[in-house]
Design a protein. Structure first.
Length: 438
C-alpha cells in the first residue's frame, strides 16, 4: 500500500468518543473480572474494586487534562516525552504498547469462549484468530467506519448488561453475597487487584484518539467523564447481579471444576436455563461487548505503535499512514501478528496481569506528567483543568503505586518478564540510536 508520513484524519464526534471510551473497557464487565473472585471472594474483590474505582476517577481527571492540552495519537508517550524527556517518554511508550497490544489477546480468549457456546465444534482459538484478522482489516479501512461500528456494538453491549441486571435483580440474595466472602483473608484482596483493574482497563486509550477528534480540546473532557460514569454504574450492576444469584463460586467455576471465561452465562443458567431466549440474548450481547473492547483496543494499540514509529523509536515504516485511508495500517498489522502469537502461547489470566502491569506504569507516568507540566509549563493552554489540584494527581499516583506493589507481589514471575521487556527495549533502543549516530 502507498504510504505517507502525514497526519491522521480528524473525524470523531463526541458521541463516537463516548462509544470508544466505553467500548475499550466494556469487555471487562463480561469476562476476566471473575478471576479476582477466586483470589479475594466477594468482599476481597469488592474492596479491590472500590480502591480501583477511586484510582481511575482521579487518574482520568488528570489524563483528560493532558489529552486536551496535548492532543496527540501517542498518548502517554507524548505527554511523558514533553514532561520528563525523551528517554522516560520511551519507557512510558513501551508500557503503553505492552498494555494495548496484550489486552486484545486476553479479550480474544473470551471471544473464543463465547463463540464456542454457540458452536461447540469450533475450537475457541480459531474464532479468536479469525477475530484478529477481521477487526484488524476493519481498523485499517478507516477510522470513521471503525468508530461508528464501535459505537453500535458498544450500545448493544451496554443494553446487554442492563438486561442482565434486570433479570438478576429480583434474585439477588445477601446470603449469597456474604457466603465465603473472604476465602483467602485480606491477602486475597491484594491478589484480586489486577482483575478489579480489568473492569476499567483501557479507558485511557481514548487519549490516543485525540488526533482524530474533530475538537479534542472540548470533546475529550466530555468523552472521559461520560464514559467513566457509565462504566462505574455498569460495574456495580454487573458485580452485584452476578455474585448475588448464587455466590461467587457459581460465576468462577464450571461444572467440571475449571475456571470459566464467561461468568455471566453461568449466573443466568441458574435462573432461566440454557434454552431460554434471555440466556442467549445476554450471551450475544456479551459477544458484542468483547468485540467492542477487542476492536477498540486494536485501534488504540495501532495509534500507540504508530506514534513510536513516527518518533523514530520503532522502525520508521511503523510510523507511516496509509495515503488513501489515512490509517496506521502497518502498525495495525504488526500488532496483529504479535497478538496472535501471544494468544496461542499464554493463558488469559497471565495476559491480563501483564497488560495490567503496562497500564499501571502508564497511570503512574500520567499522574507525574500532570504535576510536572503544571510546574514547568504553567502557561500551557489547558482547556480542561483537573479539579482539586494537586490532590487529584497525588491520589492517583499513590493508589497506582499501591496497586502496582500488590500486582508485583502477587505475580513476581510475570513482573520479572515485564521488567525485562521494559529494560531490554530501552537498551536495544539506545544501542540502535548510538549505531545510527556512528
Amino acid at each position: 500500500m502507498s504510504q505517507t508520513n502525514g497526519h491522521l484524519q480528524p473525524s470523531l464526534t463526541p458521541t463516537l468518543l463516548w462509544g470508544l471510551g466505553v467500548g475499550y473497557v466494556i469487555s471487562g464487565m463480561y469476562f476476566g473480572w471473575n478471576f479476582g473472585l477466586e483470589k479475594g471472594g466477594t468482599l476481597g474483590m469488592a474492596a479491590a474494586t472500590g480502591l480501583v474505582v477511586i484510582m481511575y476517577v482521579c487518574f482520568t481527571l488528570g489524563y483528560a487534562e493532558l489529552a486536551c492540552a496535548i492532543p496527540k495519537a501517542g498518548g502517554i508517550f507524548d505527554y511523558t516525552s514533553r514532561a520528563l524527556g525523551r528517554d522516560w517518554g520511551f519507557v512510558a511508550g513501551i508500557a503503553q504498547v505492552v498494555e494495548f497490544v496484550l489486552a486484545p489477546p486476553a479479550i480474544a480468549v473470551g471471544i473464543g469462549a463465547h463463540v464456542n457456546l454457540f458452536f461447540p465444534e469450533l475450537p475457541p482459538n480459531y474464532a479468536a484468530v479469525g477475530a484478529y484478522l477481521l477487526f484488524t482489516l476493519l481498523n485499517a479501512i478507516g477510522v470513521k467506519l471503525a468508530a461508528t461500528f464501535e459505537f453500535f456494538i458498544t450500545f448493544v453491549a451496554v443494553a446487554g448488561l442492563i438486561l442482565f441486571a434486570g433479570i438478576t435483580f429480583s434474585d439477588i440474595s445477601l446470603k449469597n453475597l456474604r457466603h465465603n466472602a473472604l476465602p483467602n483473608g485480606w491477602a486475597g484482596a491484594w491478589a484480586a487487584i489486577p482483575f478489579a483493574i480489568w473492569f476499567f482497563l483501557g479507558i485511557e486509550g481514548l487519549a490516543n484518539a485525540a488526533e482524530e477528534s474533530q475538537n479534542p480540546q472540548r470533546d475529550l473532557t466530555w468523552g472521559f467523564g461520560s464514559a467513566m460514569l457509565t462504566l462505574v454504574i455498569l460495574c456495580a450492576l454487573t458485580f452485584v447481579g452476578a455474585v448475588g444469584v448464587a455466590g461467587w463460586e457459581a460465576v468462577v467455576f464450571k461444572t467440571d471444576g475449571t475456571t470459566s471465561d464467561s461468568p455471566l452465562p453461568l449466573a443466568l443458567v441458574r435462573l432461566v436455563g440454557e434454552s431460554a431466549g434471555l440466556y442467549f440474548a445476554v450471551i450475544i450481547a456479551g459477544l458484542f461487548g468483547l468485540v467492542a473492547s477487542f476492536h477498540g483496543l486494536l485501534m488504540a494499540a495501532g495509534r500507540a505503535t504508530f506514534e513510536m514509529g513516527r518518533a523514530g523509536h520503532f522502525p520508521k515504516w511503523m510510523g507511516q499512514v496509509q495515503s488513501r485511508l489515512k490509517t496506521p495500517a502497518n502498525a495495525l498489522i504488526i500488532n496483529m501478528f504479535i497478538g496472535i502469537i501471544v494468544l496461542l502461547s499464554n493463558s488469559a489470566a497471565d495476559i491480563i496481569v501483564l497488560s495490567v502491569l503496562g497500564a499501571l506504569t502508564l497511570y503512574g507516568f500520567g499522574s507525574i506528567c500532570v504535576l510536572q507540566l503544571r510546574r514547568r509549563e504553567s502557561q500551557l493552554k489547558r482547556p480542561f483543568h483537573a479539579p482539586w489540584y494537586p490532590f487529584i494527581p497525588f491520589c492517583a499516583l499513590g493508589l497506582t503505586l499501591i496497586a502496582l506493589v500488590a500486582v508485583v507481589v502477587s505475580n513476581p514471575k510475570l513482573a520479572i518478564y515485564y521488567a525485562i521487556t521494559l529494560i531490554g527495549s530501552f537498551l536495544i533502543c539506545k544501542a540502535f540510536s548510538m549505531y545510527q549516530k556512528e
